[in-house]
Design a binder for this molecule. Structure first.
Ligand code: FE2
Length: 271
């Protein structure tokens, strides 16, 4: 549950807020001057209640990928508020009316948003991420289920190489980029990451910090590219400690980064 004063401040001055839904989903909302855009509205009720409570105008719905927990509320929201829905050109969602390809740019002046599309298949074939500048020129990334704090999405519709390439694209963004992923998986990811990267003291600190945040009901997200470059095993497949750990788990010496990535993903799946 977010602090009421913090929410009031965002409504008044603009910013980005998570709307919590289901067990661990975040519908990210960008708010400014009484207008709002939402990313991955899996839950109609949560989003519409928020819009009504603060008398906001919904001007855009952005979809990272087709999974129901990211999209189930989109059609009703679009119809009720007459808001356009943006998704990948490869998306088969019938209610999507704006199809995007890599490097497309979408801009909403009312919200001070300018976002570039990054194609990130792997978790699903239609997965895209939204990267760019928003309120007060902050660099932001809305990456759905591709990159999580200390983890990444499962490889469901494409192959490991495509997922690995998608993660490489994201971690090549500026280090100051703030990451808004779609799930609160941080604690379980960190527990696993500490097993992989046993001597990483910063990882241990992040775990303690995340536990404290969750104890008091705060999200552990957003993260940042720089933070993930220190703690996320999936982005550290060239680090000697990670290669050793993955090789030990595989019971063979892994020779390439993609082999390390595949072993890590299988290890996490089974954890
Ligand atoms: Fe998903």
């Amino acid at each position: 549950m977010l602090d009421r004063k913090f929410v009031d401040r965002i409504i008044k001055f603009g910013g980005i807020l998570p709307l919590e839904t289901f067990e661990d989903n975040y519908v990210w909302s960008i708010i400014k001057n009484g207008k709002i855009a939402v990313i991955d509205p899996g839950d109609y009720e949560v989003v519409s209640k928020f819009i009504e409570k603060y008398s906001l105008e919904l001007i855009a719905i952005l979809i990272t990928h087709h999974h129901k927990d990211h999209t189930a509320g989109a059609e009703r929201l679009s119809k009720r508020y007459n808001a356009p829905v943006f998704a990948s050109k490869r998306s088969k969602l019938p209610f999507c009316n704006n199809h995007l390809i890599e490097n497309d740019i979408i801009e909403f002046h009312e919200l001070d948003i300018k976002l570039k599309i990054i194609d990130v298949p792997g978790h699903t074939d239609d997965h895209i991420a939204f990267y760019g500048k928003t309120i007060k020129n902050h660099k932001v990334l809305f990456c759905g289920d591709v990159l999580f704090s200390a983890g990444c999405g499962r490889v469901l519709e494409n192959n490991y190489i495509q997922m690995f390439d998608s993660l490489k694209k994201l971690c090549s963004l500026p280090l100051s980029t703030v990451i808004f992923c779609a799930h609160e998986y941080t604690i379980s990811n960190l527990i696993w990451a500490m097993d992989v990267d046993k001597n990483n003291r910063y990882l241990q600190y992040c775990y303690k910090h995340a536990k404290l945040l969750r104890k008091h009901g705060y999200p552990t997200i957003p993260s940042s590219i720089i933070k993930e470059s220190y703690i996320n095993p999936f982005l550290r497949t060239d680090y000697i400690d990670i290669v050793k750990s993955a090789s030990l788990h595989a019971k063979i010496q892994l020779k390439s980064q993609i082999d390390v990535f595949i072993e890590l993903r299988k290890w996490k799946n089974a954890s």
